[in-house]
Design a protein around this ligand. Structure first.
Ligand SMILES: Cc1ncc(COP(=O)(O)O)c(C=O)c1O
Length: 443
């Protein structure tokens, strides 16, 4: 290895004489293009630097004065890391808890093969918050879904008595559960699957929000079906909200056929949709669910599976594990992610600010009905979809919103998702709406 010299913090962080504060947006892009994997296409000409307030980022854009490498501008965060930052950027209570526990309480880093005292705290908080019997901590969102998948299969064999290796997990078309092989196997997005096969067997898809299709499949194969594993509202698909009676009917059907209802609440959980969990909007309760994103308060990746005693109870020592799942710092962050959500009544805030945002988007839709086809959402998980027309391009909208100081990103060609922090103010929602209106007007 050539000599590697690393020193400094923030802008002064210097790697082999390259100081981060000296890099232009173009130079950042070149480093990423030359040294990173090309699995994202981030917005061009903008690099986020730091946080100004709970919904405002400071970003760097190219400078045109020929002297400076960049100019700094405010960016209103309309996405909050795909709902990982529901509690707001650098939530003070979570940050204070982290600093206090690292600095004063001297928390250790230990694996699960020895008990640590913060695990009990996390399990008490997470079971109470989810109203579930048992919780198993993981790290990334996809891991919570992956573990849900495994638990459903094992429950299928050991409790439902499905013949060995015949278990079916049913998913929904348009699903997104992350990027593991199991999640990729369930996906019907061809870009995410290309040349990653062979895929996992034992997965069948039904159209989302189509009760009859699910009932037909259950009637044909329910003796082999362990679970219907699904997002209560599809986020990545463009905020697809099912009919009001869909989940109550599905929940009843699952009970009739002894099939688990397994919700992926990674994006919809933690207050995002106006309730602590989206299933509460529909008065149903899953048998098992995966949570992630805001479970880490926007500070650390924290995820977990929460479920009924007999479902999570099929785990045995050695059948699952994760070095960093629920390690002391993650447990602290997990507890405080829940505490801040409850103390700030953030699900209620999502209801109030979400109603303001949806009202405003619908007003814009009515004014420009030739451009916007539909507005969808629950709480602060919202999206608008434009008509299928080449010039009504979601990416162009994202770029134009950036020029107006707003960070939002398209999902698919013609849909733009808006999901700001649940701490966003009424004034900030008005700023967001006025930028959306300007951009749509110009298209
Ligand atoms: C519903 C859902 N499940 C799982 C995931 C995967 O989470 P992660 O990217 O943290 O693995 C996502 C991420 O967007 C998601 O929206």
């Amino acid at each position: 290895m050539k000599k590697l010299n690393i020193h400094g913090y923030g802008d002064d962080l210097t790697i082999n004489n390259i100081r981060l504060g000296d890099l232009s947006p173009d130079e950042h892009e070149k480093i990423e293009l030359n040294k990173g994997g090309q699995n994202y296409s981030p917005l061009e000409n903008v690099v986020v630097s730091h946080v100004k307030d709970s919904s405002t980022l400071i970003c760097r854009k190219p400078s045109n004065d020929g002297v400076s490498k960049y100019v700094e501008e405010e960016l209103l965060d309309g996405l909050c890391c795909y709902s990982a930052v529901n509690q707001g950027q650098l939530n003070k209570d979570i940050v204070n808890a982290v600093i206090h526990h690292l600095d004063i309480e001297k928390i250790p880093t230990v694996p699960r093969s020895i008990r640590h005292k913060y695990m009990s705290g996390f399990l008490l908080a997470a079971t109470a918050f989810t109203e579930m019997d048992r919780v198993v901590p993981k790290v990334a969102g996809v891991e919570s879904w992956e573990l849900t998948f495994k638990l459903c299969r094992r429950w299928g064999y050991e409790i439902k008595k499905i013949p060995t290796d015949k278990a079916i997990i049913v998913g929904a078309t348009g699903n997104f559960h992350g990027r593991s092989m199991a999640a990729t196997s369930m996906s019907d997005d061809l870009d995410s699957k290309n040349n990653f096969g062979p895929f996992l067997p034992g997965i069948e898809l039904v159209p989302f929000n189509d009760f009859d299709a699910l009932e037909k499949l259950f009637n044909e194969k329910s003796e082999y079906i362990a679970a219907y594993s699904v997002e209560p509202i599809q986020g990545e698909a463009g905020v697809i909200v099912p009919d009001n009676d869909y989940w109550p009917k599905v929940s009843k059907l699952c009970k009739e056929h002894n099939v688990l209802l397994a919700f992926d609440e990674v994006q919809t959980g933690f207050g995002r949709t106006g309730k602590n969990f989206a299933h509460q909007l529909y008065n149903v309760k899953p048998d098992i669910m995966g949570c992630g994103k805001a479970a880490g308060g926007g500070i650390l990746p924290v995820s977990f599976v929460a479920g009924r005693d007999d479902v999570v109870g099929v785990l045995t020592p050695g059948s699952e594990g994760s070095t960093f799942g629920g390690y002391p710092l993650a447990s602290i962050v997990g507890i405080y992610a829940i505490k801040t959500l409850i103390d700030g009544d953030l699900a209620k805030q999502a209801q109030i600010r979400g109603a303001q945002l949806l009202d405003g988007l619908n007003t814009i839709k009515n004014e420009f009905s030739d451009k916007i086809k539909i507005v969808r959402g629950k709480g602060l998980l919202t999206a608008f979809e434009m008509h299928n027309n080449k010039h009504l391009d979601g990416h162009v909208v994202s770029v134009k919103l950036l020029d107006q100081g707003i960070y939002a990103k398209e999902t698919h060609h013609s849909t733009v998702r808006l999901a700001p922090a649940l701490t966003i103010t009424s004034n900030q929602i008005d700023i967001l709406l006025s930028a959306v209106r300007n951009v749509i007007k110009e298209l």
